[in-house]
Structures are given as C-alpha cells and as structure tokens.
Write a protein that binds this ligand. Sequence first.
Ligand code: NDP
Length: 244
Amino acid sequence: MEITFAGKRALVTGAGKGIGRATALALARSRAEVTAVTRTQADLDSLLLECPSIKPVCVDLADWDATDAALKDLGPVDLLVNNAACAPLQSFLEVTPEKFDMSFNINVKAALHVAQIVARGMKARGSGGSIVNISSQASQCALKDHAVYCATKAALDMLTKVMALELGPYQVRVNSVNPTVVMTKMGKMNWSDPEKAKAMTSRIPMGKFAEVEDVVNSILFLLSDKSAMTNGVTLPVDGGFLVC
Ligand code: NDP
C-alpha cells in the first residue's frame, strides 16, 4: 500500500527524538511539507541536517502562551501528530503536584491546544484534515508506578473521541495510536531493567516490544486517505497486550 502526502502540510510535535522524529522524517519522505515542533534546539539542528526541507519550531509546549507565539505564523496544516509527552514514573503514594501538572500540561493540555490552533484553520478552510494523538496501552491498562501517565493517556483517548465527534462534521478525522513499549529515550528510561522488561513482554501475546517503525506506519495510515472513514478510534500497536 503506497501512501503519498504530496501537497499536504503536516505538523509533528515532539519531533526531536524517538517516534516523533521518525514520523516527521517519514512524512517528509512521503512528500509532505513538515513542521517539526520540539523544545531542544540541538535536536532540531540535527533533524534539519538529516532533512533540510523540514521547518523547525522550538518551543516548550507545556507553556500555553509561548506555544501561541511560536505557532502564530504557522499557516495552513492538513495533518497533525500530537506526539510530545513525558512519562516520569512515581508510585501512587509518592505522586507530587509538580509531576502531575507537568504531565497533564504536556500530555493532554498541549495536545488540546495545538489541535485547537490547527483545527480552527481546518474548519475555516473547509478542506478537512486528519489528527493523530499518540496515546499508549497505558490508557487502558493499569501499570505499576504509572498512575499519572495512565491518567494522562486515558484523558487523551477520551479527548480523541470528543474531538472526533465535534470535528467530524468539518471532515476532520481524529484518531489515536496506542503503542506498547518502544525502546526510545522514554522507553529506555522506564523499561531498561531486564526483569521489568521481561515481565512486560511476557504479557504481550507476540512476546516483544514494538519498533518505532511499527508505530510510524500506523500513524501514516491514520493520517492518510487510506483510513478516510476511520474517525475516533484508539488503535493499539501492542502485539495484542490489550486483549488480555
Ligand atoms: P521520547 O522521549 O523519545 O521523545 C519525546 C519527544 O517529545 C522529545 O523530542 C521531547 O523533547 C519532546 N517533548 C517532550 N516534552 C516536550 C515539551 N514540553 N515541549 C516540546 N517538546 C517536548 O518519547 P517517545 O518517542 O518514546 O514517545 C513519543 C510518544 O509515544 C509519547 O506520546 C509517548 O507517551 C508515546 N508512547 C511511548 C512509548 C514508549 O515506550 N516509548 C509507549 C507508548 C506510548 P526533549 O527530549 O527535548 O524533552
């Protein structure tokens, strides 16, 4: 199945590392005009060395006003990938207000905010669009020490559904992908302990973690016209983890 995004304008958040970076590069290879948003300038510099056509925006998306300022000259966007997130693990009894606010600010509030900015333009132009929120298997299954992360991703799943409901009439589709562990910077931080990793892979019917490309391929499918009638789904990319 060949997917081309020629003539489409895409925005990817958290495009400095991991899944977001790979998604931005894959979209550019598929001929989209890509805007990459992240907060570490060095990551944008190296991304541009790899793909000079990408337009960089450096901002901390947890800062609502700074995001408005950074995206004020964004121009039309047809495809949005809300990918930026953090996953600081704490046991439930040790959750701090700082980590709680930081997590909800980036994982939920920033996704809502960037989608508002983009979807207002989509509605005004009447040309439709596709938004993919990067959620997690953790939205639907309790994981030890993941109380806040699980709660942010559960919130994101429901945000995805309400956005699908309200934006559908404008031919803007909104879906999420919900991966299992991927060994990016975030994945390595939380799943490098072999015993912990083994306990997780033993619960995944396919017996392994996902690769970055597995997630990117599902994102591209949901962004593309190949999923033209798919709206409001949360698509697991988890080797079957969520069936158990
Ligand atoms: P990484 O930590 O590897 O990359 C996250 C990217 O988001 C980085 O470029 C990071 O920048 C950026 N980012 C984080 N916070 C902000 C912010 N406040 N403003 C702007 N940019 C920000 O994560 P992954 O690639 O692993 O994760 C991507 C998505 O996939 C996330 O939504 C995550 O929750 C989800 N996911 C990941 C899984 C995994 O096991 N890896 C499993 C399931 C879901 P910087 O490095 O400068 O902070």
